[in-house]
Design a protein around this ligand. Sequence first.
Ligand SMILES: [Zn+2]
Length: 196
Amino acid sequence: MLIPLFKKIINFFNSFPEIGPRQAIRLFFWILKQPEEKKKEFLENLKVLIETTRFCKFCFFPTTEEYCSICSNPKRLEEIIMVVARETDVLSMETAKIFKGRYFILGGLILPFSENKLIKERLKILEERLEKSNIKEVIIGLPYIREAEPTLRYLENLSKKYVKIKFTKLAKGIPAGGEIEFSDPETLKEALEKRY
Ligand SMILES: [Zn+2]
């Protein structure tokens, strides 16, 4: 019943994070049922998104400019950077409206048995930054989950290499097993204030 084109689209949806095969099929039929106008608008927006979006040269948050709105804001401190795993962590932290520095997005966590190509590339860039720029504090904003431990160890090793830079961790205001992404602004505020 499903012709190859349909299967191709369903497989594409299935490759999305947290979307299983059944959800992918549901999403496929839902899209087909949408009004023509809505579908066209979505397609056009998607095209513009793909063609114009790139990653901020400093923090790697998606942007249409060279630098994102945070990194191009002169009020944000250059000396403090928060290393986070994902873009969504930046969004959560920004809703708390307390962090005055800039971010550095790793693009994920170092996973065993994985090539970790993107993260390794970013960590290399991070090290170059620590080497050259005037960064005075690196806040490790990783989630408190076991999967984050290899990345945490990597960053802790960096802290031993760059002793002049203060390395801090967000306090465990974030519930154990919790991710920045799912923490409320009050919790994040406390985690940042009590960093150690
Ligand atoms: Zn940026």
